[in-house]
Design a protein. Sequence first.
Lengths: 179, 129
Amino acid sequence: MPHPWRSFIAARGGNLEPKPSNRHPIPTRMIHHNLSPRQYMILGLVALCAPLGDSCLSRGMTTLPAISLTHPGALIAAVFTPWIALGIALLIGFFASYLTALSWADLTFVLPATAFGNVIVALFARFWLHEAISLERWAGIALITVGVGFVAQGPSLTERPSPAAASLPAAEVEEAQPR
Amino acid sequence: MTTPSIWAATAMIACVVLSSTVGEVLTAAAMKSIGDLDDIRAHSGIKGAIRAVVTCPLFFAGVSFLALAFFALLFALNHLNLSLVAPASASLTLVTNAIAGKIFLKENVDSRRWTAAILVCIGVYFLAH
């Protein structure tokens, strides 16, 4: 009975990238992203919840009087103020979405793809809070947008064969490649 | 507040970047070892998914380093300006994560991902100024 990984390689024309080497004997290949709308929504939540949560914490902490380390109880009380509670809820949402995204996408895909949150916060500051945005910041927004576009068009995951497939003799893998 | 030397500032930012990178890589490795959380949730419900995460020792190692990164950031903010620490740590972490992802997670970091990491890194630097 042919091994599933062998069939997979044969079906793909035996084109393994990068080619197996002595240093990395297990072949890896990039899976071109085919993210579902739900997965895009999770990436969007990662991008939005972190900067919005930080903004809520910042707003909540600046409205409080200065907290000294000699009165740590004031920090506990701060947790129950509306802005800080909302910030913590958003950061919990960020962490849950981030962990979910890492379970089906590479770290080097998730981090740049979710950097778009910085742009959203800057645009939010410009059009809702009417803050001035310098030319340098507009350049930053453009660079992040281009960077996110680059990574979002590419594969989201490096696929590795199952441990059973990895233990296949090299000859069997070669056998599956086209002549 | 006395201004720390350039070496002290570099060391503080390096601590933030290193601990954050180690935390991110360990957390990513933990999530890959657990498997797709959406599938786990579909089979075992939300409790099953939470159980799968909280019973993974690698996850706690990652969270410990992320907590260390947070306190290192607080320490750095106590001595350095936010306008230096925030963009420097955010941008450098993107690049160190790409390197660590390639070396330790064996991710296929192709030219597209390198370009994206560097563009986002410069963009974050500009945005934070």
